[in-house]
Design a protein around this ligand. Sequence first.
Ligand SMILES: CC(C)(COP(=O)(O)OP(=O)(O)OC[C@H]1O[C@@H](n2cnc3c(N)ncnc32)[C@H](O)[C@@H]1OP(=O)(O)O)[C@@H](O)C(=O)NCCC(=O)NCCS
Length: 180
Amino acid sequence: MMAGTRNLSDYPDLSTPRLSLRRLATRDAAAIVRIVGQWDVARRLARVPHPYTPDDARFFLEQVAPQEWIWAITRTGADALIGVIGLTPDKRDDRAELGYWLDPDQWGGGLMTEAGQAVLSHAFGPFGLSVVTSSYFEDNPASGRVLAKLGFMETARTMRPCLAMGRDVPSVEVQQPRRA
Ligand SMILES: CC(C)(COP(=O)(O)OP(=O)(O)OC[C@H]1O[C@@H](n2cnc3c(N)ncnc32)[C@H](O)[C@@H]1OP(=O)(O)O)[C@@H](O)C(=O)NCCC(=O)NCCS
């Protein structure tokens, strides 16, 4: 996919006051398994199997990530992956869906809001997207709060599949139009 200044093979690392967002690499597999393998993380995500194996991480790194704009979240000056944030391109060229997860050890410090701000600035800036959407399960108020802090507005309530839970889960759809 390629549109305007955005394509899937060429996008930059981003930085925030506390974080460096860089491309995923094969060396991230163990951290991904350790973090996403935790039920508290997997049950809040749509497309993560549970239990989560090194093969699942390999599939994510080799098959999924190259189709999306995905960054490893690291603390500035450290290489270790502590989370992931990304934009999934939509069929409509000017839209993408925001998704993310963070190591539970790091929750509650404002890190995902900080990472989200950097990714949204890039989405509406250099990528030139018009709309960014996201969604969260109703029983995940922390993510709802992150999205609200980032400026997202609720657009609908639906049922969405959760692979880890093996069923559809009540979800909140949110969206954010291009910034003025
Ligand atoms: C959602 C997640 C990314 C949040 O990351 P984080 O860095 O802790 O987020 P922040 O610290 O920036 O913001 C969290 C906000 O949620 C609030 N919060 C946390 N737990 C909450 C709860 N149970 N009820 C209501 N609000 C809650 C915090 O108080 C904070 O809001 P505040 O700044 O107004 O006080 C992290 O919890 C996570 O990785 N969860 C598992 C995966 C996941 O849910 N991914 C998103 C799927 S849609």
